[in-house]
Design a protein. Structure first.
Length: 377
């Protein structure tokens, strides 16, 4: 700055013009960046965005976790359709999420403890967005759901690694605490996992697989040892095999491309899982952590429907409204049994409470059973 005082007037004039131009360009770039950049301060009790109005286009969310729990950050469109997410943000870390957002209204969510609906906030995006044709909306549905699967398989692998490490260390208390958390991510993507032959029963098979000529391994074998005998000293090889099987299914699931019809059928299959195994207490018969699975199945079903939502809104908006109502009812019924970051045990629920949960799932299953026909039009 001081050297400009010694320039001849003409040169000084040129410099002044250049400086003004550079400053103007820089201001424009800064303004454009600001229109698409959001700083997120996450704690165990808050989720603060410094900007809640954005211009349409690619947005960048910089998420800093100042809390004591591992957290996640999500951007949801209507119906909790995941537009983007970043997971496993440990205390003290900052992670970045870049996501393309057309004009519309959205919700953001921080999820301390990586569970529940999270701490929600409104986000508005303005600008011009082209209308997506019905067939294109279905194509986008599969891409959207694939992003969801990738996010869940990543978390499944991380949580399974932690669970296996606790089992091999002989830490029964820690393994018990980690077991239902890892299972949540499995339950969310079960329709995808079940497409890969023997991998599903090896990972998730209950004791009845012995009758089918298979070895009893996986999550439920370790579950039995944790809660029945409390002795996991010989479970190291079983834990290693579980982790190897999970790694294999993660790789396959991430490469699998489901059709829109498979998404519709998968959403219904997850509710069938709730009705046949979680409500009855059959799934987690030793740990009684069935509500973790219930929640995972419900969230997975909702994610599949959310991916299909733009196409469903074009083809059957009245069905979308019904699905929204019934998902909300099911979530509210389940939320009454939340305890901290987890859920009550199945054995702590009364018959009336179990019937209420069953009724809400049956009510939700009815409109979901219509989705496949709408998709197939």
């Amino acid at each position: 700055m001081r050297t400009t005082r010694f320039l001849v007037p003409a040169a000084a004039g040129v410099l002044a013009v250049s400086s003004l131009t550079a400053c103007s360009d820089g201001d424009d770039r800064d303004a454009a960046k600001a229109a698409h950049a959001v700083d997120v301060k996450a704690t165990d009790a808050s989720c603060e965005l410094d900007v809640t109005d954005l211009a349409a286009g690619q947005a960048t969310f910089t998420v800093t976790n100042s809390g004591g729990k591992v957290t996640e950050f999500y951007v949801y469109a209507a119906g909790d359709r995941v537009m983007g997410e970043v997971e496993n943000i440990a205390p003290g870390l900052t992670r970045e999420l870049r996501v393309e957002l057309p004009a519309g209204t959205y919700e953001t969510a921080c999820k301390p403890g990586m569970s529940g609906r999270g701490i929600r906030g409104a986000l508005k995006v303005t600008g011009t967005a082209a209308t997506v044709a019905p067939d294109a909306a279905l194509a986008q549905a599969t891409a959207s759901y694939q992003r969801y699967v990738v996010s869940q398989t990543g978390a499944l692998l991380t949580r399974t690694e932690e669970f296996v490490a606790a089992v091999k260390a002989g830490d029964v208390a820690k393994a018990k605490a980690l077991y239902p958390v890892a299972r949540t991510y499995w339950e969310r993507i079960e329709p995808v996992a079940e497409t890969f032959g023997d991998l599903d029963p090896r990972i998730d098979g209950r004791e009845e697989v012995v009758e089918e000529g298979m070895e009893f391994t996986g999550f439920h074998r370790i579950e039995k040892d944790l809660w029945v005998s409390g002795d996991i000293s010989a479970d190291g090889p079983i834990a290693d095999r579980l982790l190897a099987d999970v790694k294999e299914i993660v790789a396959k699931a991430n490469a699998e491309k489901l059709t829109p019809l498979q998404l519709a059928n998968g959403a219904k299959a997850l509710l069938d899982e709730v009705a046949s195994g979680k409500i009855t207490g059959e799934e987690e018969r030793y740990s009684h952590t069935d509500l973790w699975d219930f929640n995972g199945n419900l969230e997975g079903s909702k994610a599949a429907i959310a991916a299909l939502r733009p196409a469903l809104e074009q083809r059957s908006p009245e069905l979308v409204a019904q699905l929204d109502r019934e998902f909300a009812n099911a979530e509210q019924a389940l939320a009454r049994h939340r305890v901290g970051d987890g859920w009550m045990l199945h054995t702590q629920l009364t018959k009336a409470e179990l019937k209420e949960l069953s009724d809400t799932i049956n009510a939700l299953a009815e409109p979901i059973s219509k989705v496949a026909a709408v998709v197939a039009r």
